[in-house]
Design a protein around this ligand. Structure first.
Ligand code: KG4
Ligand code: ZN
Length: 341
């Protein structure tokens, strides 16, 4: 299978065999294009995808040591994401499917993030509780099968990764913020500040990160109208704020996973998405899973941030006969509580 992913700001292609061996996974990141804006600029992303999609596909085919006629099926991520970005991948996939006369399958990016755990496990993990924690989403699912997800909790404002990115910019750390916060947090004290942990004591599976974001902003820059100025943002203070912020976010994420595992008859937890690359988060999940006696499956680090290997979930659709046609459209946007996946 050739899998194509272009939902946000990574142009990616992978070749994955039917028994889920990843023969190649090529990712062209656009970080350098969006860095000076502090976030992804959709039009810049779409234009970069147009320039990169064919070289990335070529490279994935070359690295896999296959030729286009060898392919059995073309998989492409069609939802959720940025409309212009998604359309570039879909158009490339449709063109290849038409020219090569190969079947096409339309993949859900969120299901892909969880399927990264399945790729690493080498065996079926469903049903499970799934947490996708990325730049756009912080969503908890009861995953009945690899492609039938029930949304059981979601952020009501920012996604966790988005909060990492915004706090990094408050602390004047480079973009993308998640990996930088993780780096400076290593030298900081996670108990230096007690930032809010919204909903943590409530029996609901939703998330909110706007409170912690505002608290960190006030701690770093002071409160508007306040008479006193906050201390200067020294390296030490930045590290302490980063570590305390990271600890608050991790605390909430791990607690909500535990609550979901207790509420649903599932003994398996799968976690994917960019924030799942965070080592402190991975360790906290590991400790919780051990205490709760549940099986934890983390997406391998290289498949946490966006990539096309995780679109191998398309094999499940192919085998179930759920093929896409050439009039397939994209479903842009973000998945929030009121909508369905
Ligand atoms: O899954 P992803 O590549 O894209 C989306 O689907 O959104 O996730 C990107 C997000 C960014 O917000 C980035 O800051 C965050 O994941 N991220 C991290 C780490 N690596 C990436 N957050 C915390 N710690 C990390 N090590
Ligand atoms: Zn993603």
């Amino acid at each position: 299978m050739l899998a194509i992913e272009s939902s946000c700001d990574e142009t990616a292609a992978a070749v994955v065999t039917k028994d889920l061996r990843v023969l190649s996974s090529v990712v062209a990141s656009q970080n350098e294009l969006h860095e000076r804006f502090g976030g992804v600029v959709p039009e810049i992303a779409s234009r970069a995808h147009v320039q990169r999609i064919l070289p990335v596909i070529d490279e994935a085919i070359r690295q896999a040591g296959v030729t286009l006629p060898d392919l059995a099926v073309i998989a492409v991520v069609t939802q959720p994401g940025l409309v212009g970005s998604l359309l570039v991948g879909l158009t490339a996939a449709k063109t290849l499917a038409l020219v090569l006369n190969k079947p096409l399958v339309a993949v859900n990016h969120i299901e892909g993030h969880i399927y990264a755990c399945r790729l690493a496990a080498g065996r079926d993990l469903f049903p499970c509780i799934g947490l996708v924690v990325s730049g756009g989403h912080t969503n908890l699912y009861h995953c009945h099968t690899a492609t039938r997800f029930e949304l059981i909790g979601a952020t009501i404002d920012d996604a966790a990764g988005e909060a990492f990115d915004k706090i990094a910019s408050v602390l004047k750390l480079p973009y993308p913020g998640g990996p930088m916060i993780e780096k400076v947090a290593q030298t900081g004290n996670p108990q230096a500040f007690r930032f809010p942990r919204t909903f943590i004591k409530e029996d609901r599976l939703d998330f909110s990160f706007s409170g912690v974001k505002t608290s960190v902003l006030y701690e770093a820059n002071g409160q508007p109208g306040a008479h006193t100025q906050p201390p200067a943002l020294t390296e030490r203070r930045i590290a302490d704020i980063a570590a305390s912020f990271q600890a608050a976010v991790i605390d909430v994420l791990v607690t909500k996973c535990r609550q979901a595992l207790r509420r649903f008859p599932c003994k398996t937890l799968c976690v994917g998405g960019g924030v799942a690359a965070n080592q402190a988060f991975r360790e906290a999940l590991g400790e919780m899973a051990q205490r709760e006696r549940v099986e934890l499956h983390l997406s391998p680090r290289e498949y946490c941030t966006d990539n096309a290997a995780m679109a191998a979930v398309g094999w499940e659709l192919f085998e179930a006969g759920q093929l896409a046609q050439l009039d397939q459209d994209v479903v842009p946007g973000l998945v929030r509580k009121s909508s369905d996946v």
